[in-house]
Design a binder for this molecule. Structure first.
Ligand SMILES: Nc1ncnc2c1ncn2[C@@H]1O[C@H](COP(=O)(O)OP(=O)(O)OP(=O)(O)O)[C@@H](O)[C@H]1O
Length: 265
């Protein structure tokens, strides 16, 4: 697991400011859930942690070190859809992730190393409940199974940080509940720092140890891109008692933010 530091980060595309002066300390081992209206920059933030995007200004650190310029095996990611390779079986997908994590030059392992990778891939497939589907291709899996596979693929790299971008957003409520039951123990057991973007407040509060909201606090009707989103709510759910609302600048947001929350289990 790793701590993430965000210092005075701005993201701008041309004259559109997307994120405005973000400052955050994400503790090692936290499960951070990010919520906010569509287009406020949640995925952009996730892409920055992944290393796919650079801040226009400011800096991002992992364990006190500047983020490497490109995605590495220390950060795994699961998107809402299309995270897996359609031409590979379940086993093939997870094995490839192991191989790419261990041998970035050749992308393949040989001999004992490959046998070991195969054993580990099979154990991970069992852990996400897909052993019976090991030899199927993604097209033969349900949406929930595909997301289980995407999680196994992300975990194969043994990441210190797992990034989840609306990973359960396309699933029906029952399957979504099953995925919640899968991901929380995995996070606890594997000791990763998780950053999850979601539109679902209930999901954010039931999985997260900390929930933050991004939103624009200033609007210019003549120039919609002039102001970016900031952290408007920052809720530590590991504390008992009334939820501390840090940096709350929008008091009229509504009920979920004023509920009494006890330690997330
Ligand atoms: N590469 C890019 N070039 C230009 N604009 C971009 C780029 N990436 C994102 N944007 C813009 O940045 C803003 C934030 O996008 P982002 O996808 O991060 O929002 P989001 O909060 O994740 O939205 P949603 O909840 O709808 O997925 C949007 O206005 C989007 O059009």
């Amino acid at each position: 697991m790793s701590a993430i530091t965000v210092e005075n980060v701005w993201v701008e595309y041309g004259d559109q400011i997307v994120l405005e002066n973000l400052n955050l300390e994400v503790a090692s081992g936290a499960f951070l859930a990010i919520v906010g209206p569509s287009g406020c920059g949640k995925s952009t933030f996730l892409r920055m942690v992944l290393g796919q995007e650079r801040p226009t200004r400011g800096r991002m650190l992992i364990d006190g070190e500047p983020l490497p310029d490109e995605p590495g095996p220390d950060r795994g990611v699961v998107f809402q859809r299309y995270s897996v390779f359609p031409h590979l079986t379940v086993l093939g997908n997870v094995l490839l992730a192991y191989e790419l994590g261990r041998s970035r030059v050749f992308g393949r392992l040989f001999g004992a190393a490959r046998r070991e990778a195969r054993d580990k891939a099979e154990a991970l497939i069992a852990r996400v409940g897909l052993s019976a589907h090991r030899d199927k291709h993604p097209s033969a899996l349900s949406g929930g199974m595909q997301q289980r596979l995407a999680i196994a693929q992300a975990l194969a790299k043994n990441p210190k940080v797992l990034l989840l971008d609306e990973p359960f957003g396309a699933l029906d409520p029952g399957t979504r509940a099953q995925m919640h039951a899968l991901i929380k123990p995995l996070w606890a057991k594997l000791g990763m720092t998780v950053v999850m973007v979601t539109h679902d407040l209930k999901e954010a509060f039931s999985l997260g140890t900390r929930v933050i909201a991004f939103d624009k606090v200033r609007h210019d009707p003549q120039a919609p891109g002039r102001y970016g989103a900031r952290v408007t709510y920052d809720l530590d759910l590991t504390r008992e008692g009334p939820v501390p609302v840090l940096g709350a600048v929008k008091p009229d947001i509504g009920a979920p933010w004023s509920v009494r929350v006890v330690a997330a289990g």
